[in-house]
Design a protein around this ligand. Sequence first.
Ligand SMILES: Nc1ncnc2c1ncn2[C@@H]1O[C@H](COP(=O)(O)OP(=O)(O)O)[C@@H](O)[C@H]1O
Ligand SMILES: [Mg+2]
Length: 224
Amino acid sequence: MDGILSANTETAMTDDKSWPIDSKPTANVTWQKTTLDRQRRAKLLGQRPVVIWFTGLSGSGKSTIANELDILLHAEGRHTAILDGDNVRMGLNRDLGFTDADRVENMRRVAEVARLMLDAGLIVIVSFISPFRLERESARNLIDAEDFVEVFIDTPLQVCIDRDPKGLYGKAYRGEVKNFTGIDSAYEVPLAPEVHLKTVGASPAGNASEIMYYLKRCRWAERA
Ligand SMILES: Nc1ncnc2c1ncn2[C@@H]1O[C@H](COP(=O)(O)OP(=O)(O)O)[C@@H](O)[C@H]1O
Ligand SMILES: [Mg+2]
C-alpha cells in the first residue's frame, strides 16, 4: 500500500468495525523519510519479514502454538517478535476494554506495531483473538497483503470451554466477565485464511510445524 497510513483519532472508530486506513495524514504531520528501509534492514538480518497473524477463540491454542513456532523459527536463526493479546493488553493497550469499539482499537494499534516491527525486518507473530473479519482485513490491508499470513486456530467452542486454560469461560458463564468471545460476543470465522489449523488430536509442536511447512513452501522463512 502506498503513502502514509495515519488514523485520525477523531474518526478512528466506525460503526462497521473497520478503521480509516485510507484516511488523510493528520494536519501538520509530515512523514519523515529514513535512508534505511525495510529491505536493507531485512537483508542485514538475512530473512524475509512477514506478519503471521493468529486468530481463534480464547483457549483455542494461539499463544501455545505461537510460542512453538517462535522456537522453531529461532532454532533456524530467524529474528522474531511476538505480540500476544494478554501481554499487549497489560501494557500498550491497558486502557482498552472488550467492547466492540475497544477491540477494534486494540487491533488497529497491534497492526500498527506489527508493521513497525516488519519495517525493522522481523518475522512478527501476532496472537490475538481478533474476532471480526473486517478488522482482520483492515490489518491485512495496513500491513500489505503480501506480507500477511493469517492463521486460523480452529478449535471447537466446546473444546475451548472444556480446556478453559485461564478459567475465563467459567467466569463468563457466571457473568463475571462481559463481552466474552464465543459466549456473549461474536467470533467471525475466517473465510480464506492462508493456514487453517485444527488442534483437536494434534500437538502444539505439530501445529507449529504445519505453519513452518507453509512458510517454507511460500518461501517466507528463507534467507533474503
Ligand atoms: N494442538 C494444540 N495446540 C495448542 N494448544 C493445545 C493443543 N492441544 C491442547 N492444547 C491446550 O489448549 C490450551 C490453549 O491455551 P492458549 O494457547 O492459552 O490459548 P489462546 O492463546 O488461544 O487463548 C493450552 O492449555 C494447551 O496446552
Ligand atoms: Mg493467548
